[in-house]
Write a protein that binds this ligand. Structure first.
Ligand code: CIZ
Length: 323
C-alpha cells in the first residue's frame, strides 16, 4: 500500500519571522517594504517608506540581496540603482495597473508629436518608460520637479491624470497629461469623501494626489468651501509626517489603506480612519510572509533590467532622488 503523505503544519507567524530573520542574516539580505504593504510585512521590514525613500534605501544598503516587498516597477528601480545586487520580488505577479497604462512605444509616439518637450514620469512606470523620460518624480517631489523645468519648455506628464491635473493647478504650468489612473485611487470619488467627512466633521483630511476626488477637493479649497487648515494633499510619506506633527486627534486618510498601519504605529494615541476599508491594492497585498520566506530560501524572483535601458532610466531616477 502506498503510504499517505501527511502535509506538514503551516508555520506560525512567529516561526515564519524567525526563519526569515535567520535566512536574512545568512544571505546578507535587506527587506524593504512599501507603505501599502500588509501590516505583518511592514513589521518585519528593515525599512518602510514610499518609493522615493525605498529607492534611497536601496541605493545606500550594503546588503548583497534586496528583498523588495512592493510592486514590480519599484523593484526595477532598485535593480537600476544597484546593478551589482540581487533584487528579489517575492511575487512575480505583483504589478500595477498605472504602470501598465503607458508603454515605451506609446511614449515615443507622444514625444514625436511634441518635439523638444520635457518628459516627467511619475515613478509608477516601467523601466522602459523611465528610459524615455527626462525626469522621474514621486508625489512627494513632483511639484519641485515641475518647478525646476524652465518656464519656456513644454511639459509632458505621465501616467497619472489626477496627479497631473493637481500639478497643473498648483504650478500654473500648461502641462500635457497622459490619461492613466491607478484604479484603487481613482475609486476614491468625491461622494465617498463627502459622506466620510460629514460623519467625522472634526477630523483632519489627508488626501493623496492620485485620488479621483483630488480635482474636486482643489476646486472646493479654491472656493473656500472646505477648510484649508484641515485639508492636506500629500504623498504617503507626507501623510505619516503630518499625522505625527499635527495637533489633531482624528484623521480621514484618502489613499491605499496600508499606510494607516504606519500612522497608527507612529501616533498610537490618534485615530486614523480610511475613506473606505475597500481601498486596498490587490497587487501590494500579494506579498505575504510565506512568500518573503520562499524568496529568501529559493532566491526568487529576481528582477533585472537590461543594461542599455537601465543606463538611460538611471538618469531620470537620479534626478528624482537628487531633487
Ligand atoms: O511614491 C509612492 O511610493 C507612491 C506610489 C505613493 C506615495 O505617495 O507614497
Amino acid at each position: 500500500m502506498t503510504p499517505t503523505l501527511i502535509d506538514s503544519e503551516p508555520m506560525t507567524a512567529h516561526e515564519l519571522t524567525s526563519e526569515i530573520r535567520r535566512l536574512q542574516r545568512e544571505r546578507n539580505a535587506v527587506l524593504l517594504a512599501h507603505n501599502y504593504q500588509r501590516p505583518e510585512v511592514q513589521d518585519i521590514a528593515d525599512f518602510v517608506g514610499d518609493s522615493l525613500g525605498l529607492a534611497q534605501a536601496a541605493a545606500r544598503t550594503d546588503a548583497d540581496i534586496i528583498v523588495f516587498c512592493g510592486v514590480h516597477f519599484m523593484a526595477e528601480t532598485a535593480a537600476i540603482l544597484c546593478p551589482e545586487k540581487t533584487v528579489l520580488l517575492p511575487d512575480p505577479d505583483a504589478g500595477w495597473s498605472l504602470a501598465d497604462s503607458i508603454s515605451a512605444e506609446q511614449l515615443r509616439a507622444w514625444k514625436a508629436e511634441h518635439p523638444g518637450a520635457v518628459v516627467v514620469s511619475y515613478v509608477n512606470t516601467t523601466a522602459e518608460v523611465k528610459a524615455e523620460s527626462d525626469y522621474c518624480c514621486t508625489s512627494g517631489n513632483a511639484e519641485r520637479v515641475i518647478r525646476a523645468i524652465p518656464e519656456d519648455r513644454e511639459i509632458l506628464f505621465l501616467p497619472d491624470m489626477f496627479l497631473g491635473s493637481y500639478l497643473k493647478q498648483t504650478t500654473g504650468r500648461p502641462i500635457r497629461i497622459w490619461a492613466g489612473e491607478c484604479h484603487v485611487h481613482a475609486a476614491i470619488r468625491p461622494e465617498l469623501v463627502a459622506s466620510r467627512r460629514a460623519a467625522y466633521p472634526d477630523a483632519e483630511f489627508l488626501i493623496h494626489p492620485e485620488c479621483g476626488c483630488v480635482t474636486s477637493t482643489m476646486h472646493f479649497l479654491a472656493r473656500g468651501a472646505i477648510d484649508r487648515a484641515n485639508t492636506h494633499i500629500l504623498s504617503t510619506e507626507g501623510m505619516v509626517q503630518r499625522a505625527r506633527s499635527s495637533q489633531s486627534a482624528q484623521f480621514i486618510v484618502a489613499t491605499e489603506i496600508g499606510v494607516l498601519h504606519r500612522m497608527r504605529q507612529a501616533s498610537p494615541e490618534k485615530q486614523f480612519l480610511p475613506v473606505s476599508e475597500t481601498i486596498a491594492c490587490r497587487y501590494m497585498k500579494m506579498i505575504t510572509l510565506d512568500k518573503v520566506l520562499h524568496a529568501l530560501e529559493e532566491l526568487v524572483y529576481p528582477v533585472t533590467v537590461a543594461a542599455p535601458v537601465a543606463e538611460r532610466a538611471r538618469v531620470a531616477i537620479e534626478r528624482m532622488v537628487a531633487l
